[in-house]
Every structure is written in structure tokens, then in C-alpha cells.
Design a protein around this ligand. Structure first.
Ligand code: F6R
Length: 369
């Protein structure tokens, strides 16, 4: 039940902190990852030489975020593929390939068919799923449940942060099995992950009001662009998807580095662009590069809404608006930066008088191919 909330979606966004906390619960002991549900496939996981993550929509974007972390920590190549594309291209699979499906419902037909195909071809299958006993986990060699709780709104929000959390647990578990991170390295990442729920909570509390105002004055906007880099890139894709499905506004997400290869031609005065800004504390030069992207689009008249870390002053002169997120290590920023984008999609749809829980033409679980 909605329990006094105006929509399931608003309730479910408010549950994003718990979705992460509940997915971690019982799976961390003194800094180590304990995933007893994967004990039966320990040997398989040790021998894996390749991971393919399958999903659709938001689940696929969670997979894209996961790819960066799993490759970095476990040093195993990871590909992410849309389930519905996967089996039509004769993929190369064998028993050392781990196919990780990501699905909130566990019933998405495209993903189920892809998992069946992967098994037939001899790959090992692991399901990351939010629904106990659903078809995809039943047909997989192992399952890692997300514990986001039932998600009623058609558009996925709290399931996304839980899926990313589960992929991170899997990445750290693989890193332990493969010896690519030592115990201290794993404990360090786990501590960062355990700090995420409180940080999401602070984003929900501090950003909601301002985003509702922004959404209100943007309610007749025709098009919104989203830019991000590294783990911020799938966050940009997720922000755009939410806007399309909830507010029926044309939206596109880009990798910021791709801008000059074409999309910058779209920038004209008044174009609204959300930019997920990497941390200035990150030793890579990505922060500087994204700030210079902001300058480029600003010079062409874009109105920039930056999602940036607290204390990042470099973005201030160039952004029309800065939405702040707490400090976090780079891999954990997506779990924070996605929250304002979820709120934005919901608020813009609300400002347009639309039903945020039941967008037109969509079903919660897509059980046809
Ligand atoms: C987007 C959304 C969809 C689902 C996709 C996969 O907000 O809800 O893109 O993420 O249909 O659904 P599951 O995770 O149930 O396989």
C-alpha cells in the first residue's frame, strides 16, 4: 500500500536507502563478503574467464555500472548486452563464461530467453533478481537476490540501486575468489558501500525540493539531454529513460566524451542538459574533461544542471544549477547521482499532471518478446 504517499514511485524513491541496506544485510562480516547462496558454484566462479551481463532497460544500465567495478576489482572481462540482442548474434560461450542476468521481476521474457539460450550453449548462469522464486532465478545455476522489496510503480527506481549493489557484492566476491583484491582491499570497498544508504538518504532530503521546483518550470520542455562519463555514463542513460517513460519527453543520454563526435550539434540556446560530474578528487582527469564539456555546451547556450559532489567549486561558474551529492569513492557515485534523476523524472511527470505509477503503453513486467 501507498501508506500516505502520493504515489508508489515517490514511496519507492524514498526507499532507495533501504534497498541498498537490505541488499547488503547479512552479506558482510568484518569487511568480508559472504554470499552463501553462491557456495554451490564456488568452483565455477573461480574458473570463470569472462562475464556477460544481460538485462533490459534499467536493469541493463545497472549492468553497465557493474561492469566498471567488476572488471576493476576482479580483473575479469565483462560485457553487458541487451537480452533481446544477445541470442540473435551467435555469441561465443562456453563453460567458463558466467552469464549474469539482471531482472527486477525475474519474468522479463527477453531476459529469460537469453538465459535459456546461454545455458543451452554451455555457459553458467547467475541471476540477480528482486522477486523470490521467479522464473529466471529458477532456471539459473545460482541466484543473488536483491532485497529492494516489492516495486509497484512501473518505472524501476529502488530496484536499480539494489541491482548495482548486488553487482558490486558479486564483483568483490569474485575479487576474493580470484585473489585480485586482498582482504584489506575488499574491506575498504565494503566500508564505502555500507556508507551509501545514509548518503542516499541525504540526497533525497536535500535535493527533492529544488528538483521539484526545476521540474515545475521545465514542464513544457520538449527535449532534455543527459551527459556522464565512466560510471556516470549509464546514470545519464538511466536519467534519460526515466524522463521518456514517465514524462513523455524526448531525452537522450550520452557519454560526455562522445559530445564532439556528433551530439554537440544538438545544442542550441535553451537546451537543457543534465551533467553527472565526476569527483574532482578522482585521480583521473575526468572531472576536468567534464567541466570543459560543460563550458563547451554553455558557450552554445545550453542550460546546465550539474550533479556534482559537495565542495566541487569548479562547476559553479559554468552551471545554471548545481545539485549536490555527498562525497563518495568513484564507484559509489552512481548510487547517489541517480537519485536526483529519479526524482526529476517523477516530478516532471507530476508537473505535467501524469500518472507516475502507470505510464502509458508500459507494463511492469514484460512477459512477451
Ligand atoms: C525502466 C523500467 C524497465 C525495466 C525493464 C527490465 O524504468 O522499469 O526498463 O527495467 O523492463 O525489467 P526487469 O528488471 O523486471 O527485467
Amino acid at each position: 500500500e501507498k501508506g500516505g504517499w502520493p504515489s508508489f514511485m515517490k514511496k519507492e524513491i524514498s526507499e532507495e536507502p533501504e534497498a541498498v541496506a537490505n541488499t547488503l544485510r547479512g552479506r558482510v562480516h568484518e569487511g568480508a563478503v559472504t554470499l552463501h547462496e553462491l557456495d554451490g558454484v564456488a568452483e565455477v566462479l573461480q574458473g570463470v574467464n569472462r562475464v556477460i551481463v544481460l538485462g533490459c532497460g534499467t536493469a541493463a544500465y545497472a549492468g553497465m555500472v557493474g561492469k566498471y567495478a567488476v572488471e576493476k576489482w576482479a580483473r575479469v572481462p565483462v560485457d553487458v548486452e541487451l537480452s533481446h540482442e544477445f541470442r540473435y548474434r551467435d555469441p561465443v560461450l562456453d563453460e567458463r563464461t558466467l552469464v549474469v542476468s539482471v531482472s527486477q521481476s525475474g519474468e522479463t521474457m527477453d531476459t529469460l530467453m537469453a538465459v535459456r539460450y546461454a545455458r543451452e550453449q554451455g555457459a553458467r548462469t547467475l541471476s540477480i533478481c528482486n522477486t523470490q522464486g521467479a522464473t529466471i532465478p529458477r532456471e539459473s545455476d545460482a541466484v543473488l537476490y536483491t532485497h529492494a522489496g516489492p516495486e509497484v510503480a512501473v518505472a524501476s527506481t529502488k530496484a536499480f540501486v539494489a541491482q548495482v549493489t548486488a553487482l558490486y557484492l558479486l564483483g568483490l566476491h569474485l575479487a576474493g575468489l580470484r585473489g585480485t583484491l586482498d582482504a584489506a582491499g575488499i574491506a575498504h570497498q565494503m566500508a564505502e558501500l555500507e556508507a551509501v544508504p545514509a548518503k542516499i538518504q541525504s540526497v533525497v532530503e536535500t535535493a527533492s525540493g529544488r528538483i521539484a521546483e526545476l521540474a515545475h518550470w521545465m514542464s513544457d520542455t520538449q527535449s532534455v539531454l543527459f551527459l556522464g562519463r565512466h560510471v556516470g555514463f549509464p546514470v545519464a542513460l538511466e536519467g534519460a529513460l526515466k524522463l521518456k517513460e514517465l514524462a513523455y519527453i524526448h531525452a537522450e543520454g550520452f557519454a560526455a566524451g562522445e559530445l564532439k563526435h556528433g551530439p554537440i550539434a544538438l545544442i542550441e540556446p535553451g537546451q537543457i542538459v543534465f551533467v553527472v560530474v565526476p569527483s574532482p578528487r578522482d585521480p583521473s582527469s575526468l572531472h576536468k574533461k567534464v567541466v570543459s564539456n560543460i563550458q563547451e555546451i554553455r558557450a552554445r547556450g545550453a542550460r546546465v544542471i550539474a550533479i556534482a559532489e559537495l565542495g566541487d567549486v569548479a562547476v559553479v561558474p559554468f552551471a545554471d544549477e548545481v545539485i549536490r551529492i555527498p562525497l563518495a569513492a568513484p564507484f559509489f557515485e552512481p548510487l547517489l547521482a541517480v537519485v536526483p534523476l529519479h526524482i526529476f523524472g517523477m516530478e516532471l511527470a507530476t508537473a505535467k499532471g501524469l500518472d507516475v505509477d502507470q505510464p502509458r503503453n508500459l507494463a511492469k513486467s514484460v512477459t512477451v518478446e
